[in-house]
Design a protein around this ligand. Sequence first.
Ligand code: FHN
Length: 445
Amino acid sequence: MKHHRQISILLVFILWSTISGIYAQENQIPKEERLAWFKDAKLGIFIHWGIYSVYGIDESWSFYNGYISYDDYMKQLDGFTAKNYNPDYWAKLIKESGAKYAVITTKHHDGVALWNTNQSELNVVEKTKAKRDLVTPFAEAIRKQELKLGLYYSLLDWSNPNYPNFIKGQKRYESDDAKWNKFVQFNFGQIKELTRFNPDLYWFDGDWEQSAEKWKAKEIRELLLTQNPSTIINSRLQGYGDYSTPEQGVPITVPHNNYWELCMTMNNSWGYQQNDNEYKSVNQIIRIFVDVISMGGNLLLDIGPKADGTIPKEQVDILKVLGTWTTKHEGAIYGTIAGISGDYTTNKTALSKDSSTLYLYVDNRPNGPLLIKGLKNKINRIWVVGNGTKLSYKVVGKQYWSDVPGLLYIELPEHVQDDDVTVIAVLLDGKIDLYGKEGQVIESN
Ligand code: FHN
């Protein structure tokens, strides 16, 4: 009798999960549609904010790698005040930089949550002088600026007593299903709590420590998409994400995934570190940015606010100067797609979505006219983006008997050049058409 009851409960459960699974699948919006805003956005701002900003040390890794003891690391809880936290200012600054979305660390590997989670006491409301949920006002401010909201969440949690890994070389346990199941329950609990912010993007991290099966990555994805069918998920969910996330190193070749985002620090640290003054110059950041755009990707540029919630001056300055450049060149940034191969021109390039305008990013002072080879189209007009100056050009070397297009030379006078990267728009007579073969000789007969 008892046996029969168990079987029927199991059957009901299987039926329920099949129906809800089918429902979730049918409910799915095609990837291209869900990721359309992301593809066009091009620039996002990453925010690593946590107790590690108190001493100005590596986020989580400093205790994991033994540079500081766990207990001393956690003493930073006392110094995290957020007393000058002004999310409206943050959001305005992010908007001013030209970014279209922002991703904030709601919880890093150290397990300290920035919101009032019910799953653990280790959060800034209960354990720090901030005494309040810091995610809600951020989400509101971001939405007010009409930016997209991204939430970073570390799947691994080196503080959780039910998580196997603690610090390098020291595990809490090797294998213990009961503990692991408790941890999975905790993780799902926190992730469910995050859904109340209804983010446009979930940015997972730390997935490398466990398999998809152990994280229940598929179920996490289903949960998020059922709650909001148009949300998007980064790649760090053991194969269940939507887009790739190369980190720090600018890709040399175009990533395979059509949707990708390079996340990168301004100096050498994700969080605030007063000792790290190795900032990239704005010029370097803009050049990296156009490199990313030319390969069809996004740049997620990181800032690390201080423990009181202020953003370091160097980072504010970078965001503002970057904003001047992005505003001036917006037509050649947002909504563009990857450009043409370096075989045709030495400049980085991107294309308008309909491929009828070619953008050239000139990041050096040219010592002669710019050159594009192999362009079969007729040119309608060429101008400098951001100031509108019409540029003169010449097609040289075209032979009537050959299919090989002539060499397009574009004059770029010094007085129209940008201090960082000059952008040239080449308006074509239609979709770009490139010659892709070897040269040609007159056939003798
Ligand atoms: O371990 C983290 C690191 O601290 C930082 O948060 C970066 C950001 O992409 N992600 C992890 C390493 O991939």
